[in-house]
Design a protein around this ligand. Structure first.
Ligand code: ARG
Length: 459
């Protein structure tokens, strides 16, 4: 096929150049954004009498027909037409003859591709946000059922203080809420229309950029044409938001993997969301969580890749920027499958409440509460810390937990103790006395669940 830019060339491009240069293999994903962008441009050209309004109308109708044909699989793209923009323009011209050639008036592929990518990133930011929201709802539902499910809370992966499974899940709800907010910000960063920037210095035609922005639902019009065609910050913002999201998912995955080991045995994954081993018949592996943890690496890689591509590029457009697409597409595909699969895995897991509770009791996670009891009975905190430390040492020697010691044993370490200590170290009491905002007490967690359900309605 004859190249659209072939006029000043006397030789054909080498086939290898065509292959290397072409992006149609991956940017065909932008067909819809490209067509709606072109329709808005054509409509504006007609309204401004830059082209004949009847020709503008023909272009619009043909573009609409091409959209249908692409969606029904009736169009084959060509590598020699390089990218989605020239492929669609070539099909338009094939169908409309010379009128089709007028679409590109006052436009460059540089502002065209920047517009398409912004439309695309806006759409995937929205979609990512609703996938995160869906995961949050799954977590809130599970949290609702486990406000009484005692488990040890950890620091340094050592049992620290008793909490509930619900409280633990709600920590991830907070992280994913921030991820939703980040996706909102990504959309806002992409919400500026670059079309009209031309190749780099706008155009001499009286384009109505604001009309195009309104039709394409952009909040702003770019104020500098050089930046308009060469800004890819919004792609980086998406990759950054996705990286932080994956970091959260990988931490959660790591906990799932630990929890379903025989060493913890806090949860059991549903068979439908686990896999077996080809050699060891007894195995049930948490592959989904491992893969999500693993795929975090490729998303970080995509962010680092594009940051590195963008580094040091002089103004304005350079072909390097064609490299913005694959990392964005791959990242979107990755977070999408991760979020959907992860939510299903969470929805179907079972919680081994008894093991969780035993782990909380066995790990002296109520030692702080025992020390606090002493403080409430007139002992200074540092002395109380020392006394309980001795008590723990004694209990370890006896292979007992704090609630298994007798009152005589308590009193042998400090005469201050009386039998009300047993109530104070009851795990349910320990949890429910932490009853301030942000705490694990049932009342607080229930409030947080309700608050977050409301938050989701508004977000
Ligand atoms: N396929 C190109 C890209 O994705 C479109 C813009 C090409 N512009 C140019 N002047 N060669 O960046």
């Amino acid at each position: 096929m004859k190249k659209m830019w072939g006029g000043r060339f006397s030789k054909k491009t080498d086939l290898l150049t065509d292959d290397f240069n072409s992006s149609i293999a991956f940017d065909q994903r932008l067909y819809k954004q490209d067509i709606i962008g072109s329709i808005a441009h054509a409509r504006m050209l007609g309204k401004q009498n830059i082209i004949d309004p009847s020709e503008s109308q023909k272009i619009i109708e043909t573009l609409e027909a091409i959209l249908v044909d692409i969606e029904t699989g009736n169009i084959a793209f060509s590598v020699s037409m390089e990218d989605i923009h020239m492929n669609i323009e070539a099909i338009l011209t094939e169908r409309l003859g010379d009128v089709g050639k007028k679409l590109h008036t006052g436009r460059s592929r540089n502002d065209q591709v920047a517009t398409d990518m912004r439309l695309y990133v806006k759409a995937i930011a929205d979609d990512s946000k609703s996938l995160i929201k869906n995961l949050i709802i799954t977590l809130l539902d599970l949290a609702e059922d486990h406000t009484d499910t005692i488990m040890p809370g950890y620091t340094h992966l050592q049992r620290a203080q008793p909490i509930t499974f619900s409280h633990h899940l709600m920590a991830y709800v907070e992280m994913f809420k921030r991820d939703m907010t980040r996706m909102t910000q990504v959309k806002a960063m992409a919400d500026t229309l670059p079309l009209g920037s031309g190749a780099l210095a706008t155009t001499t035609y009286p384009l109505d950029r604001e009309a195009v922005a309104t039709e394409l639902d952009f909040a702003f019009v770019s104020l500098n044409s050089l930046d308009g065609v060469s800004d890819r910050d919004f792609c980086l913002d998406f990759l950054e938001a996705a990286s932080v999201l994956m970091m959260h998912l990988s931490r959660f995955s790591e906990e799932i993997i630990l929890w379903c080991s025989s060493e913890f045995n806090f949860i059991t994954l549903d068979d439908a969301f686990s896999t077996g081993s080809s050699i060891m018949p007894q195995k049930k592996n948490p592959d989904i969580a491992e893969l999500v943890r693993g795929k975090t690496g490729r998303v970080y890689g995509n962010l680092m890749g594009l940051l590195t591509t963008m580094k040091g590029i002089p103004l304005a457009y350079n072909k390097d920027m064609q490299e913005d697409k694959e990392p964005v597409f791959d990242t979107y595909d990755t977070i999408k499958i991760c979020l959907i699969t992860f939510a299903k895995m969470i929805k179907t897991l079972t919680v081994n409440k008894a093991t969780m509770k035993k782990a909380a009791a066995g790990g002296f996670s109520n030692a702080t509460d025992a020390a606090d009891w002493l403080v409430k009975h007139g002992v200074a905190f540092r002395d109380a810390h020392e006394i309980i430390g001795k008590l723990v040492f004694f209990a370890l020697e006896q292979q007992k937990s704090l609630d298994e010691l007798t009152i005589e044993e308590y009193q042998s370490v400090s005469p201050v103790f009386d039998s009300s200590i047993f109530k104070a170290i009851d795990l349910n009491v320990c949890v429910n006395q932490r009853n301030i905002i942000g705490g694990p007490a049932k009342e607080q967690v229930k409030k947080a669940i309700a608050f977050n359900r409301q938050w989701l309605v508004q977000s």
